[in-house]
Design a binder for this molecule. Structure first.
Ligand SMILES: [Zn+2]
Length: 67
């Protein structure tokens, strides 16, 4: 079962859920319980501050997007 990334439509919170794809419509924002939009994994994140091509190179304490 893959992990899906979602972004909240209301507060913009980005998070990952480990779910069956058929349950994705039930996913709500963990912060504000708002509706969310799926983001597709494999999308290349181009955030400022990340070093290297893999985000944080395994030390995810400073990164939430490179698992
Ligand atoms: Zn939210």
């Amino acid at each position: 079962m893959p992990t899906y990334d979602f972004i909240c439509n209301q507060c913009g919170f980005l998070f990952s859920e480990f779910i069956n794809i058929k349950d994705k419509d039930k996913v709500k924002c963990p912060k504000c319980n708002g509706s969310v939009t799926q983001r597709f994994t494999g999308f290349v994140y181009t955030r400022k501050g990340d070093s290297g091509q893999g985000g944080c190179a395994g030390s995810c304490s400073s990164c939430s997007g490179c698992k």
